[in-house]
Design a protein around this ligand. Structure first.
Ligand code: IPM
Ligand code: MG
Length: 356
């Protein structure tokens, strides 16, 4: 009879609608398991910035530190900018750094009957997970880029540290052990060009040899990996890579499984974690009832796994899988929900009850 305190951040644009859909699912899941979720909503994002001058108020941050987990919708609006030109409502950098959430875990799994941009790919053929380093790499430069005095040159610096690389590489190998997959970790880098990536690959090899002789390894340059995600996705089980590469390749992976509308993400550290769709707030879709809530609903599965509630996570994932199989959830080729947000949510709710 576990009780979990969850800090909920609805976010901007379509965030509140898909988060509301996901919380309905979570409460239904609570009913069919012996779990209790105490959800408390906190403000953060672009609208919060406009209201209070800070996209992540101290009260929200404090609550997030204390919760068992944080469940977050997409935040940020394209027109709400900081004086330096970057988006004010984007919270990834702040949360990930201040809570030291060094893992960004993004499953790339093709569900049955989902139209994919890849011709002739069936469910089961694409099933891998991105382990993106989440606190350093090129994005360590967030907020720190240097503009030359002429104003005509700007630098951002890519940082790879031993500690940062060791911990993400270990997580990737542990994930390969946990998964019922090929037990293979692919190191994606650009070590043919940049010294920082020679260092990254060297640390990967050290850890693989010393601690994970039972797990197979694979190495790819990031450009070749981009091609392989499209041409031979069945090659992958766990991919580990630098922050920006992981950002880009996880959206590419998303495109192979029906679009980012079905892409869930976990941001995990040793003491905190938050769960969110990997896509943005899509303000043009807000309020229309057409947003696909699956990215948020699937993020719940990652949250349940993090909380070590594996049976509940499997139950949810099975309900989604069956709904796809039975075509009670249908997606358009662009990843949007054919029947709308509420219909997708109800399909999952119904399946949770039937499977009970
Ligand atoms: C992501 C997003 C964020 C990132 C943006 C919104 C700052 O693209 O989580 O993938 O770059 O990390
Ligand atoms: Mg991204």
């Amino acid at each position: 009879m576990s009780t979990y305190q969850i800090a909920v951040i609805p976010g901007d644009g379509i965030g509140p609608e898909i988060v509301a859909a996901a919380t309905q699912v979570l409460q239904q899941l609570a009913q069919v398991t012996s779990l209790t979720f105490e959800l408390t909503t906190y403000e953060a994002g672009a609208a919060t910035y406009l209201k209070h001058g800070d996209a992540l108020p101290a009260e929200t941050m404090m609550a997030c530190r204390q919760a068992h987990a944080i469940f977050k919708g997409p935040t940020g609006l394209p027109d709400v900018r900081l004086p330096d030109g970057t988006e004010a409502g984007v919270l990834g950098g702040r949360f990930r750094r201040s809570l030291d959430l060094y893992v960004n875990l993004r499953p790339i799994k093709l569900y049955p009957n989902v139209p994919t941009a890849l011709a002739n790919r069936q469910a089961g053929e694409i099933d891998w997970v991105m382990v993106r380093e989440n606190t350093e790499g090129l994005y360590a430069s967030r907020g720190c880029g240097v503009v030359a005095s002429t104003g005509q040159a700007v630098t951002d610096t890519l940082m790879i540290t031993r500690l940062g690389t060791e911990r993400i590489v270990r997580y990737a190998f542990e994930e390969a052990r946990r998964r019922n997959g090929k037990k293979r970790v692919c190191c994606v880098d650009k070590s043919n060009v940049l010294r920082s990536f020679v260092f990254f690959r060297q640390i990967f090899k050290e850890i693989a040899a010393a601690e994970y002789p039972d797990i197979a390894t694979d190495f790819m340059y990031v450009d070749a990996a981009a091609q392989a995600i499209v041409l031979e996705p069945d090659r992958f089980d766990v991919m580990v890579t630098e922050n920006m590469f992981g950002d880009i390749l996880s959206d590419l992976g998303g495109a192979t499984i029906g679009g980012v509308g079905v892409c869930a993400g976990a941001n995990i550290g040793d003491n905190a974690a938050y769960f969110e769709p990997i896509h943005g707030s899509a303000p043009n879709l807000a309020g229309k009832g057409t947003a696909n809530p699956l990215s948020a609903i699937l993020s719940l599965g990652l949250m349940l796994r993090y909380l070590n509630e594996l049976a509940a996570a499997q139950r949810l994932e099975q309900a989604i899988e069956t709904a796809f199989q039975q075509k009670t959830i249908m997606l358009n080729p662009d990843g949007s929900a054919q029947s709308g947000t509420q219909a997708v949510t109800e399909a999952v709710l119904k399946q949770l009850v039937i499977n009970n």
